[in-house]
Design a protein around this ligand. Sequence first.
Ligand code: FES
Ligand code: FES
Length: 153
Amino acid sequence: MRVSFTVNGQEMKADDIWAGESLLYVLRERMGMPGSKNACEQGECGSCSVLLDGELVCSCLVLAAQADGHAVVTVEGLADGDELHPVQQAFVDAGAVQCGFCTPGLVVAVTDLLARTPDPADDEIREALSGNLCRCTGYAKIFDAVHLAAERR
Ligand code: FES
Ligand code: FES
C-alpha cells in the first residue's frame, strides 16, 4: 500500500507499507522525521503527539492509511529555520527539559492548547496535558513554560 500526505506543508509518500502500520512508524522510520517519539505505542504517554488536520492526536494510535490525503504537523514543523518556536523557546528558558523524551509531544500539545486558549489557567493546562507523561520534571517547570509562552504571545 502507498500513502501520501503532507508533513509540515511538504508532500510526502511512503510505499509498501502494511495495513497496520502506524502514522508514528511511517513518520519516523520511512519519512525520516524522528522528532515524534515512540515511548509506549499504546496512546498512554503523548510523546508521539502530532496535529492531524489541526487535531492533536497520538500518532502511534493513527494508522498511516488514515492520514492518506491529509495534513500532518510534527514538532519538526514548528520552528522557523534556526529560530525556535515560542513554545520551544519557553521550554528552554523555563528549564522544562530534562531528558527531553517527552518534550516534542508536550511542545506540540502546548502549541495546540495556546492556539485554542491563549492564556490558560492551571486547570486548563492540567486538562490539556493530561495525556502527556513526563518522568523527569515533576511538571512544575512545564507549567512555568506554558505560562511563559502565553505571556510572550
Ligand atoms: S508513543 Fe504514542 S502515546 Fe506513547
Ligand atoms: S523531561 Fe524526561 S520524560 Fe520529560
